[in-house]
Design a binder for this molecule. Structure first.
Ligand code: G4P
Length: 526
């Protein structure tokens, strides 16, 4: 296969949204358009006994929350698209952040009745930090919601990004008539119950033909009014600005009725960037076309398949070609390992991959060598940046009744820490046998206890700790920090970074006063 051609046709993105905005529904429709599933409905919603294709764990299915992220691959218009699924629940925000780092662009899904919700804002900040190109899809146009202009304003003011509406809705809710495609001068007229839209050409938004599809005159008048405003207020589309994450191509529709999802995919195919060059820790840009293989682990998942009881490290290929069985340098461990078994994913179905290209995600079977953020290369000694870690808000220690099982518990917790399920903080004077566990949201503790019980057969109890924030400590002059600091305990996270744990943010003032040579950050690796 032609390496340059294959690399150039890769597109890798993640959908971010608030829970219930319709991510599962739109994913299903996208996979349908991509020919991955034969029939819309194979990937089901969350209620009742239906299981979303990307949900692996029983608990997710029982709880109806998508906890783990998976990767789905499909072809569209000659492109090979990798869609990285992200958990919507806020307690699993970290998993989402890491997935975004593995993607080259993101699609933000907004419930048009609710506008930009809090969680989307936080995720968006990560995109902004990364200057990530972002698409916006305003969903649920089949329902009465906010006015389209209000949604634009909401995105622009809360997220600080300009919108470029590629389509514009004609009506909403029961009076939704269709979408006007501003770039193609086409109208997509949708009718509930009809699978295919009626598509017709128009001379522009003022074309009288549009009036004919509006069931009420006021809908048409409003459309004209809004278009007039848009034409004045919205600058022409700049691909440059889009690639810098400054302007977002926006489209409207209804995932449920499959309205506008095909248009969204077309816009995606037109604008989404191929794999982008990535900076390594030394600040050098690694081009995807560089023939030497490199990639990083952004996710580790254990026991995805009960029959195998294995652990899979998800690697984002950044440069060069991946081949099954290849020998790579594990840069952190400074030794070669052979990637003998690798898989690509279409939700539950695993397929063995023989080769993969920049932009692709491969799952490699891991026997305990990998941590999130690890770099593998075909011999080059550089590392990609560490994965960001965010301050947990809830802390606990673990205890187990059966003292004979304590060692087993320590091992299990360490494994789950490496997977990023929880964060682990070790007091160097106490040691790894009794770490503090930190999570962003309570649901993560539920997952921890469930998995310790279900996968490791451990009956563990949580002992809450009074902490409420973690702050990563750095010497202002960049030198190494010693083992202790004044007025507090210096813990280490799983990557050995020094951290202080505090009850309240306010307590930081005291620690800062006691240690004027140090500065404290609320994230690591960003
Ligand atoms: P999520 O993954 O982002 O959490 O959302 P999901 O797709 O599960 O959708 C959440 C709810 O919103 C579902 O309803 C789904 O049917 C509905 N939904 C998604 N897209 C649209 C849309 O475009 N229009 C309308 N009207 N509803 C939409 P549910 O009642 O929770 O489940 P179900 O019984 O409908 O499957």
């Amino acid at each position: 296969m032609d390496f340059i051609k294959e690399t150039g046709r890769r597109r890798t993105f993640a959908i971010i949204s608030h829970p219930d905005a319709g991510k599962t529904t739109i994913t299903e429709k996208i996979l349908y358009q991509g020919g991955v599933i034969r029939e819309a409905g194979e990937v089901k919603g969350k209620s009742g006994t239906k299981a979303a294709t990307s949900d692996w764990m029983t608990m997710e299915q029982e709880r109806g929350v998508s906890i783990t992220s998976s990767v789905m691959q499909f072809d569209f218009r000659g492109l090979r698209v990798n869609l990285l699924d992200t958990p919507g629940h806020k307690d699993f925000g970290e998993d989402t952040y890491r997935t975004l780092i593995a993607a080259d662009c993101a699609a933000m899904l907004i419930d048009s009745a609710k506008g930009v919700e809090n969680q989307t804002r936080k995720l968006y900040e990560v995109c902004k930090l990364k200057k990530m190109p972002i698409f916006t899809f305003a969903n649920k146009m089949d329902r009465e919601g906010k006015e389209a202009l209000e949604i634009v304003d909401d995105v622009e003011s809360t997220l600080g990004i300009k919108c470029y509406p590629v389509t514009w809705p004609i009506g909403m809710g029961d009076l939704f008539a269709g979408l006007y495609h501003r770039l193609e001068n086409k109208v997509y007229h949708y009718t509930k119950g009809k699978v295919e839209p009626e598509i017709f050409d128009v001379t522009g938004w003022q074309d009288e033909k549009i009036k004919a599809i509006c069931r009420e005159d006021f809908i048409y008048d409003k459309f004209l009014e809004e278009m007039e405003l848009l034409e004045i207020a919205i600058d022409p589309f700049s691909k440059e600005e889009f690639l810098q994450g400054k302007v977002s191509p926006m489209s409207f529709g209804s995932a449920k009725f499959n309205w506008g999802v095909d248009i969204f995919l077309e816009i995606f195919a037109d604008f989404a960037p191929p794999p982008l060059p990535r900076l390594n820790r030394a600040g050098e840009l690694i081009e995807p076309e560089n023939k030497k293989f490199s990639g990083f682990v952004f996710k580790i998942q254990a026991n995805m398949d009960r029959k195998h009881r294995d652990r899979v490290a998800f690697v984002r290929v950044c440069s060069g070609q991946f081949e099954r069985g290849m020998k790579v340098l594990h840069v952190r461990l400074k030794r070669d390992i052979r990637l003998s078994y690798a898989t690509q994913f279409m939700a539950q179905d695993r397929e063995t991959v023989e080769e993969a290209f920049p932009g692709d995600i491969v799952g490699v079977t891991d026997t305990g060598n990998f941590q999130i953020g690890d770099t593998i290369t075909s011999g080059q000694k550089f590392m990609y940046p560490d994965m960001p870690r965010f301050s947990p808000e809830v802390f606990a220690k673990l205890s187990i009744k059966d003292p004979l099982k304590r060692k087993q518990m320590q091992k299990a917790v360490l494994q789950l820490g490496e997977e990023g399920t929880v964060q682990i903080f070790v007091d160097p004077f106490v040691g790894i046998q009794d770490p503090v566990i930190g999570v962003v949201g309570e649901l993560q503790f539920d997952v921890l206890l469930y998995r310790l019980n279900d996968e490791y057969g451990l009956d563990v109890k949580l002992d809450r700790q009074p902490f409420g924030v973690a702050r990563w400590a750095h010497k202002k002059d960049g030198s190494e920090i010693g083992k202790s600091i004044n007025g507090g305990t210096l813990y280490r996270d799983i990557a050995e970074n020094p951290v202080v744990l505090l009850n309240r943010e306010w307590d930081l003032r005291w620690i800062e006063k006691e240690n004027p040579d140090l500065e404290f950050k609320s994230t690591a690796g960003l």
